[in-house]
Design a protein around this ligand. Structure first.
Ligand code: F6P
Length: 326
């Protein structure tokens, strides 16, 4: 066990929407710190907990069995007060009072903006990307994406069974906020006839109806249409499809089911790697950074730079669907 003379205590929190793998990341941060004789304070309810000193001491044993658990044991929240300088100052004061020298926050873009603001008050900060949307441009992967895909795919496979029996169309709305990454992966994995994403305007006749007609001629008796929530309401699209095709059509909104559940092996491993890397970064006295997975490697990037980037949809995958879904 190494001793670290510089950092004695760090804090860890989860913020924004939860994602499977957050617990595994907390566990990794706590154990990686413990291995270096660094104390860890778990901060409850995101930045709210920091402002209000809602903390709990953690050690290697307090994170037993956490890798397989969904949600976040520290709870999460969005914090309005923290958006203003006064709230940030209160959080920085709390860090000083609690002896927190470095802070690791697990979440999405909003969480990283919080870290950037806090670092201006002299707190060493590091972010770990976690959101089922996989919409953070600086990293190829965000924790929770794989599990959310698997959850949606498992449910849609079940839907496909009953759609096949009744020769129906199933319109499924998946999460993703303003991005279509989740919809694209889920649509490909379930053999959807059409995948609607906010990154691409779609032609209702050509991109949906025509594909269903072609499929019917080719002998298909049921269809899955995936709608990313950023596109609009799946029910309105389903009504239109039913009216145009005359085929019985049902709507399913996947909703928050996608945010829960035991994380996949991929999310557990990625969370463990990211948590370990984040502790290393604090030890190297890095600050205002976010851990990123790029080209199969962990790297870190300045938060301002990371936030200035825009993530694009994988266009090759999107184009591929036109051939494969026929
Ligand atoms: O960012 C994750 C996410 O699940 C999005 O896909 C979705 O739009 C949003 O959060 C839902 O937020 P809430 O849990 O606050 O309803």
């Amino acid at each position: 066990m190494e001793n670290n003379p510089k950092i004695k205590r760090i804090g860890v929190l989860t913020s924004g929407g939860d994602a499977p793998g957050m617990n595994a990341a907390i566990r990794s941060v706590v154990r990686s710190a413990a291995a270096r004789n660094i104390q860890v304070l778990g901060i409850r309810r995101g930045y709210n907990g920091l402002i209000n000193g809602d903390v709990t001491e953690m050690n290697a044993r307090s994170v037993n069995g956490l890798t397989s658990r969904g949600g976040t044991m520290l709870c999460t929240a969005r914090c309005d007060e923290f958006r203003y300088e006064e709230g940030q100052q209160r959080a920085a004061n709390a860090c000083r009072y609690l002896g927190i020298q470095g802070l690791i926050a697990i979440g999405g873009d909003g969480t990283f903006r919080g870290l950037r603001d806090l670092s201006k008050f002299g707190v060493q900060t590091c972010g770990i990307p976690a959101t089922i949307d996989n919409d953070i441009a600086s990293t190829d992967y965000t924790l929770g994406f794989d599990t959310a895909c698997n959850t949606a795919v498992e449910a849609i496979d079940k839907l496909a069974d009953t759609m096949q029996s009744h020769e129906r169309i199933s319109v499924v709305e998946v999460m993703g906020r303003h991005a279509g990454h989740l919809a694209l992966y889920v649509g490909i994995a379930t053999g959807a006839a059409a995948i609607l994403v906010p990154e691409h305007p779609f032609d209702f006749e050509q991109d949906i109806i025509e594909r269903i007609r072609e499929g019917r001629i080719a002998g298909k008796n049921h269809f899955i249409v995936i709608v990313a929530e950023g596109v609009g309401h799946a029910s309105a699209i389903a009504d239109k499809i039913a009216a145009e095709t005359g085929i019985d059509t049902r709507v399913t909104i996947m909703g928050h089911i996608q945010r829960g559940g035991s994380p996949s092996a991929r999310d557990r491993v990625m969370a463990t790697r990211m948590g370990h890397y984040a502790v290393d970064c604090l030890l190297e006295e890095k600050s205002n950074i976010v851990v990123c997975y790029k080209n199969a490697q962990m790297i870190d990037m300045n938060i301002d730079e990371a936030l200035s980037m825009t993530k694009c949809l994988n266009e090759n995958m999107y184009d591929m669907v036109k051939d494969i879904s026929k």
